[in-house]
Design a protein around this ligand. Structure first.
Ligand SMILES: Nc1ncnc2c1ncn2[C@@H]1O[C@H](COP(=O)(O)OP(=O)(O)O)[C@@H](O)[C@H]1O
Ligand SMILES: [Mg+2]
Length: 590
């Protein structure tokens, strides 16, 4: 009866619940106790009616009420424990799942995120785990509790009065069927309603996030119109849901209270005829209400459980995704504390997973000697940044080999390899946090003085100092509120602070004004000393600082040499020098 999806979902959930056996046992006990007490309340009512009111004996009334109070206290304690423990387990398990999924995700190879939109993964981490939490933390216990109530309630109904019970058993489907149908419609509409609201949310954040573009193009009127459509759709869905819900409530009242009326009539006749006592009838009505409502809850909760099974399946799938950039299973080599910094690429061919038909790097050979500064130049799309991706082993090449200090990258633990690199990428990434935290990103142990020193060398100190809280200024998401050049300088400071033997700069100064770039250029030779440095640059000054220049085109290194040599011998370089370095003929004769 269980589909394989359900089995896998249960497998995932039970694996995560297993460490909390004690709490689970406690919750189950509380569950059974509270269900038992609720059911025994029916007997309490019967005693109360028959012995308290009917006999008019204060002593018996005292006893009955006393027992009732004991039960109430038991119920209160049981409910407290059940609610606390079950919710605790739900929250705890989901916290564990979130952590485990995140810990898995941060190690996955970058290629994974090209085929899986990261927003979808994010929604799995938040929405799917929230759904699981509500199921483990409430629906599951609701399910168990109501299942107990239905079974116990029916048993007690039969014990109380078999004849009336037969009426209930026949009438129950007639009462419940329409309620279930409407209930299902309401649920599906409320899910649609949530989706519509999510549409509204994403439209707002997209528009407001790009507010300057919106206003620059006077796009407000179109936006108003499009937003109105989204909102009205949300309203329409909500209106349908409300209508169904109103019908549902009406139906419940008419059918349930109508059924109670019929029962009271049949039972009342029996009471008048003296076949049953008033207390028996009261207990009976109580039990049938309990069975009815528990039945209704069960049907709702089952839908919820099914949705959670889907969520669990998607989470399990994330956890199963394999990291394809792994340390070797045998012949692992460990690099020394500090590598010399020799790099070699031999016949490397590589295509990005999202574009398997074209090679981003196509038969590339390149040797970088320890301590040398090598500039990579070439038209945009030549594959320069991809070389960095391969050196850091974000991807493995389809063909060819890459060595660091003579060791193939595939024989290293990627974590051990990356320790030796400091990267300033083309789009410097800043994270939510303070300026200081961002600079310290790769070297959490650096002192405040070291942070300032790195910032000074990167010419970031002055503008940081002018910010309202200096180094403690909070950057918004992704370094919002900084100019491109300021971001680059923070990224350079971050790379400097790592003090790695190999420095990779990817157009690290492209967004700087000429003055700041000039200053950084002057600082760079110092930094490049005793380091292997690869620079991708479009400006002559940077390129001329390099010991050698490698010219790249269409995924290959087409020439290597000094500026003078290349200007004379390589047509592509001469053209780049003349155009891209933006110094005209002067560059060629320089
Ligand atoms: N993540 C990616 N997925 C698919 N193709 C990519 C990706 N990154 C770069 N490319 C493609 O690979 C080629 C080389 O890109 P890149 O190394 O970034 O060039 P460069 O840095 O020299 O401008 C280009 O054709 C580019 O479109
Ligand atoms: Mg690039």
């Amino acid at each position: 009866m269980l589909s394989s999806q359900h089995r896998r979902a249960i497998g995932l959930a039970s694996g995560f619940i297993a460490p909390y056996r004690k709490q689970v046992v406690g919750a189950l006990l509380a569950l059974i106790v509270t269900a038992g007490i609720t059911l025994s309340m029916g007997q309490g009512i019967r005693l109360l009616v028959d012995q308290g009111f009917m006999t008019r004996s204060p002593q018996l009334l005292n006893q009955s009420i006393g027992l009732f109070m004991v039960l109430v206290i038991g119920l209160a304690i049981g409910t407290f424990s059940r609610f606390y423990l079950v919710s605790w387990i739900g929250e705890r398990v989901v916290a564990d799942i979130r952590r485990q999924v995140f810990n898995h995700l941060v190690y996955l190879h970058p290629g994974f995120y090209e085929n899986n939109r990261s927003s979808e993964i994010q929604s799995r981490l938040t929405a799917d785990t929230t759904l699981l939490q509500s199921v483990i933390g409430s629906s599951l216990s609701l399910f168990l509790r109501n299942a107990l109530m239905v079974i116990g309630g029916i048993v007690l109904l039969f014990i109380t009065n078999p004849k009336l019970t037969s009426i209930v058993v026949i009438a129950l489907p007639l009462v419940l069927a329409p309620i279930l149908v409407f209930g299902r419609r309401v649920r599906s509409l409320s899910r649609q309603s949530q989706d519509r609201i999510a549409d509204v949310g994403s439209y707002v954040s997209e528009t407001l996030g790009q507010i300057k573009t919106v206003q620059a193009y006077n796009h407000q009127v179109q936006d108003e119109r499009r937003f109105a459509v989204t909102v009205e759709q949300a309203f329409d869905t909500a209106r349908k849901r409300i209508a169904q819900r109103a019908w549902l409530i009406t139906l419940v009242i008419v059918l349930v209270l109508g059924a109670v009326g019929v029962m009271l009539w049949v039972g009342g006749m029996d009471v008048i005829a003296g076949r049953i006592s008033g207390g028996e009838l009261a207990a009976f009505v109580f039990y049938s209400l309990i069975v009815g409502s528990a039945f209704g809850t069960l049907s709702e909760v089952i839908g919820e459980l099914q949705r959670a099974a889907g969520a669990a399946e998607r989470i399990a799938e994330l956890l199963r995704s394999q990291n394809i950039i792994q340390p070797p299973t045998s012949d692992l080599v460990t690099l020394p504390e500090r590598v010399r910094g020799d790099l070699r690429l031999e016949g490397v061919r590589f295509s990005y997973p999202s574009r398997p038909e074209s090679y981003a790097v196509d038969g590339l050979d390149l040797t970088v000697n320890a301590g040398e500064t090598l500039a990579l130049v070439g038209p945009s799309g030549a594959g320069k940044s991809t070389v960095y991706d391969l050196l850091l082993r974000f991807y493995d090449p389809a063909q060819g080999r890459i060595f660091i200090d003579g060791v193939p990258l595939t024989q290293l633990d990627p974590l051990d390899l990356r320790r030796h690199f400091a990267l300033v990428s083309q789009n410097p990434a800043l994270f939510f946090g303070t300026v200081e935290e961002n600079i310290r990103y790769g070297n959490p142990d650096a002192t405040a003085e070291q942070v300032r020193e790195a910032a000074r060398i990167a010419h970031a100190h002055d503008f940081i100092d002018k910010m309202p809280d200096g180094y403690q200024t909070h950057l918004g998401d992704g370094g919002l509120g900084l100019s491109g050049g300021q971001r680059q300088r923070l990224a350079i400071a971050r790379a400097l602070l790592v003090d790695a033997p190999i420095l990779l700069l990817d157009e690290a100064t492209s967004a700087l004004d000429a003055q700041s770039e000039h200053l950084i250029q002057q600082a760079l030779p110092n930094l490049m000393k005793n380091r292997t440095t690869l620079v991708i640059a479009h400006r002559l000054a940077t390129v001329k600082n390099a010991d050698r220049i490698a010219v790249m085109d269409q995924g290959r290194v087409v020439a290597v040499g000094t500026h003078q040599e290349l200007v004379a011998s390589n047509e592509l370089y001469a053209r780049l020098a003349a155009l891209q370095f933006n110094v005209g003929h002067a560059a060629v004769v320089d």
